[in-house]
Design a protein around this ligand. Sequence first.
Ligand code: NDP
Ligand code: 8X3
Length: 250
Amino acid sequence: MKKTALITGATSGIGRATAHEFAKHGINLILCGRRQERLDTIKNALSKQTNVHTLNFDVRDRKATFEAIKYLPEKYQNIDILINNAGNAHGLDPIQTGNLDDWDAMMDINVKGLLYVSKAIIPQMTARKSGHIINIGSSAGKEVYPKGNVYCGSKHAVVAITEGMRIDLNPFGIKVTAINPGLVETEFSQVRFKGDAIANNVYKGYKALQPEDIAEMIQFAISRPAHVNIADVLMFCTAQASSTIVNKES
Ligand code: NDP
Ligand code: 8X3
């Protein structure tokens, strides 16, 4: 029987690449994001391969999140796979000059948004005693780097929450996975630096991970046999050794 996956942050980067990867495997898709035009474009492209439904909500909005998921059409109501991917870094500043709005955005989206979406879906998984939750953490959830403070904090929280989910959902046979990439070439840096020219340099001088690389890892994780759970993955491009060591051509 075809599985159904809900992907947050499906309008760009890792989420969009995962939608394309899952469509290749005939997985029914619920694609979430705030930019409806993009959701429509992706739906048009993937509808040839699988069933696609789109949901437009901001993961910070608790009521909108719960309502969107509660009122899914009948054929999309059983969600087998949840990809908690929506998130971003906002700013790169020392703690003493950090921007409060940036801090709110990172904690509200990366941490609380992930919790709201999970809370809206986990009860059906526990009731069915099956499911797979994949949280997109980061190398920033494993290691703190200069000026990373709050973003790193939000991703450390994602890693901790993932471990907590795995423990609490263990009696229900639900798989829980953290996938933690290093530098991935997406719109991430445009968001982080608010369109500033510095964003264009982040992926220059080396070959960063591509969103498709992460999507393939996610597909690998969801396609393991029932007794295998990929618990935690740290992925770097070959040029990256840690958050602060990247071998760039000068
Ligand atoms: P992108 O900026 O390309 O994509 C971010 C996605 O998140 C978009 O689809 C965006 O959709 C969605 N999103 C952002 N804010 C909200 C919100 N408030 N409500 C709903 N959706 C939201 O970045 P990436 O693909 O790189 O990032 C995806 C995940 O991967 C993030 O959690 C990020 O922290 C993580 N990551 C990224 C790395 C990188 O180097 N790129 C490395 C490690 C982890 P829309 O704007 O339409 O709502
Ligand atoms: C994204 C990777 O190094 O910009 O999570 O924090 S990094």
